[in-house]
Design a binder for this molecule. Structure first.
Ligand SMILES: Nc1ncnc2c1ncn2[C@@H]1O[C@H](COP(=O)(O)OP(=O)(O)OP(=O)(O)O)[C@@H](O)[C@H]1O
Ligand SMILES: [Mg+2]
Length: 246
């Protein structure tokens, strides 16, 4: 099976070489666990190191703030956007009914998921993207009480991404201590892989961990791996590794 290198330091060796090509992986965690950095690293490294164009759909955070934040890691998104190796689709303020200054965004009138999906497809085709991220699924604004409806909607999103031929990350959120891997408790069944990020918030070290909960067609690590946000991005440690060494 073809694998897509994640660009997350230390992760590919835990998953037989990366994400299964053409599939969707759910990246889930509570607030501040690093989901946005993780998925932007996937897009940035994909473009920079592997020459694979990527589309980042942001529904929570404004693109200009993301660009600014990840400069901390030395990731110059603008430069790759100018080369059409990265496109950011702004769905963040269309939801509020405000115009966006971004090149790729939704019309102000009448936000709806189907319009957003069309725009995502258009941008994916435009740069012939191999990677895509949707940050986040709950922010798509499914307003359904009915978990069957939500399941259908999420299936639609992941089917659309599969049809476009991209390998994608869907970001979702979970509350610590609740036995669900996505907000709705259905995302995890629809996708091919589930990665959960944890933040313990105690002590000074080792308080972030990553767990590969499932990865279809892959013999993956089942351990809780220490995760570190370093100057150059996220690094996943092996559990036997001396944490201070690297
Ligand atoms: N340069 C940095 N070095 C170390 N840690 C950082 C750095 N920048 C951010 N962080 C950590 O990462 C966290 C933010 O990560 P990120 O935005 O990816 O989280 P998230 O899971 O997407 O959060 P949310 O659910 O709010 O969207 C910060 O709260 C901080 O703890
Ligand atoms: Mg985020």
């Amino acid at each position: 099976m073809e694998r897509i290198k994640t660009g997350i330091f230390g992760l590919d060796e835990l998953t037989e070489g990366g994400f299964p090509a053409g599939r969707s992986v759910l990246v889930s965690g509570a607030c501040g666990t690093g989901k946005t950095i993780f998925s932007m690293q996937y897009i940035y490294k994909g473009a920079k190191d592997y020459n694979e164009p990527g589309v980042y759909v942001t529904l929570d955070e404004r693109p200009d703030l993301i660009r600014e934040d990840v400069m901390r890691f030395g990731w110059d998104l603008k430069k790759l956007e100018d080369k059409n190796l990265i496109n950011i689709v702004d769905g963040s303020i269309a939801k509020l009914g405000m115009p966006s200054e971004e090149e790729f965004s939704l019309p102000v009138t009448g936000y709806d998921v189907d319009k957003l999906l069309l725009e995502i497809m258009r941008v994916i085709k435009r740069i012939d993207a191999k990677r895509a991220v949707i940050d986040s699924i709950p922010a798509l604004g499914f307003n359904f009480e009915n978990s069957n409806e939500v399941r259908k909607a999420i299936l639609k999103v992941s089917y659309m991404l599969m049809r476009c031929g991209v390998t994608s990350i869907l970001v979702s959120e979970i509350q610590e201590g609740v036995n669900k891997f996505g907000k709705y408790g259905v995302e995890e069944y629809v996708v091919d892989g589930v990665i959960v990020l944890h933040y313990m918030g105690v002590g000074t070290q080792s308080n972030r961990t990553l767990h590969i909960r499932k990865m279809r067609a892959t013999k993956h690590s089942e351990d809780l791996h220490p995760m570190e946000i370093m100057n150059q991005g996220i690094k996943i440690h092996k559990i036997e590794e001396e944490y201070n060494e690297v």
